[in-house]
Design a protein around this ligand. Structure first.
Ligand code: PLP
Length: 384
């Protein structure tokens, strides 16, 4: 048994109610989804605008495949960079209000690439303790000194910046925290950046397309703009497709193109995806109606769950976590919902801190008021 140690580690995880398992969907991503043969009302995708299965995106993907084939065939710096990629980068830079943009295959890779390209051993990264795993991995990979501050604790961040001299300083933060749904204090963080001559990497995976005028994201939402900000957003969540981009000053983008290893040493995404994303960007820009509907659903959910046994965490975004605390209780509640045809993911340590297991409810503009009412009613029934 060469792998006995692995088996016992998995057994231990299972005993703590922490073993991960997948469900298999047999229909497109949508509020009503067929999973393992059962029809479910789903509250656990990041498809916040309901674009993942949009006919215009599907048509653009088909047309893109007709014109450019199935695969890019090489990395961007070799022969894989195509006209759709190029047009999408220009459109994303315009949309984000930045001089330039660079496409990455995934948000995970974008974060690894940016941090590794911009800082090294002589430098310091400052990071919120609740940042996404990809930002945490990125700062480790960069070999920079790491200073983590308590969630949104600006006084501590200021102190850590004060105590650091020499080298580059890079602050990295989620804009919308992925497991909590609350917002980073971006205007305050930017002020600290200016005072201490630091750079700021904003990961807007959950704000892009959803927050701000025309869905421009968290920077627009909080009314800030600065050439110090390096803006990263993913394209597999509200944008409904796949991929990620970084928008920033030209010199930053040129640096990434030359030094970000997760950009250089990987195959370009299929050009057809870029075509679908160009269509998605149009729908996002003209999606005020979708965003208004989503805001109404959020208010409906928060109102309906106000006096439930388990509290909703403070959040105004489409991420509405219900704090259940105990790992087993969280899994039980998730299972009971599923028996009643409702799918909400149980989030447990180490994704979140010990004792803060939760049901991560996410809403989409593709839900309707009756869907949300059904979730509210079922949770009240189960709380009794
Ligand atoms: C999902 C997510 C990522 C990773 O993006 P992918 O495109 O899925 O790899 C990065 N940061 C945050 C905050 C995320 O939620």
């Amino acid at each position: 048994m060469p792998f006995a140690a692995l088996q016992s580690a998995l057994d231990e995880r299972a005993a703590q109610g922490l073993l991960r398992r997948r469900s298999t969907a047999q229909s497109p991503q949508a509020p009503h989804i067929i999973v393992d043969g059962q029809s479910l009302l789903s509250f656990c995708s990041n498809d916040y605008l309901g674009l993942a299965n949009h006919p215009q995106l599907i048509a653009a993907l088909q047309q893109g495949a007709q014109q450019y084939g199935a695969g890019a065939g090489a990395a961007h710096l070799v022969s894989g960079h195509t006209r759709p990629h190029e047009r999408l980068e220009h459109a994303l830079a315009d949309f984000a209000g930045k001089p330039a943009a660079l496409l990455f295959s995934t948000g995970y890779m974008a974060n690894l690439g940016v941090v590794q390209a911009l800082v090294g051993k002589a430098d310091t990264v400052f990071a919120d303790k609740l940042n996404h795993a990809s930002l945490n991995d990125a700062m480790q990979l960069s070999r920079a000194n790491v200073r983590r501050y308590r969630h949104n604790d600006m006084a501590q961040l200021g102190l850590l910046l004060e105590q650091t001299s020499g080298g580059r300083k890079l602050i990295i933060t989620d804009a919308v925290f992925s497991m909590d749904g609350d917002l980073a204090a971006l205007p305050e963080i930017l002020k600290l950046c200016e005072r201490h001559d630091a750079w700021l990497l904003v990961d807007d995976a959950h704000g892009f397309g959803v927050l701000g005028e025309h869905g421009r994201g968290s920077l627009a939402h909080s009314g800030i703009a600065s050439s110090r900000i390096i803006y990263m957003a993913t394209l597999g969540k509200a944008a409904g497709v796949f991929g990620a981009f970084v928008a920033a000053d030209r010199v930053v983008v040129e640096t990434l193109l030359n030094h970000a290893r997760s950009y250089i040493y990987t195959t370009a995404t299929p050009p057809a995806l870029a075509e679908a994303l160009l269509a998605s960007l149009q729908l996002i820009e003209h999606g005020d109606g979708l965003r208004a509907h989503l805001r109404r659903l959020i208010a409906q959910l928060r109102g309906g769950l106000r006096d439930l046994r388990w509290p909703l965490m403070p959040s105004d975004t489409a991420i509405q976590p219900l704090l259940t605390g105990d790992n087993r209780a969280t899994l039980d509640l998730s299972r009971q919902l599923r028996e009643r045809g409702i799918w909400v993911a149980a989030i447990r340590p180490p994704t979140v801190a010990q004792g803060t297991a939760r049901l991560r409810i996410t809403l989409s503009a593709a839900h309707d008021a009756a869907d949300v009412e059904r979730l509210i009613g079922t949770l009240h029934e189960l709380a009794r």
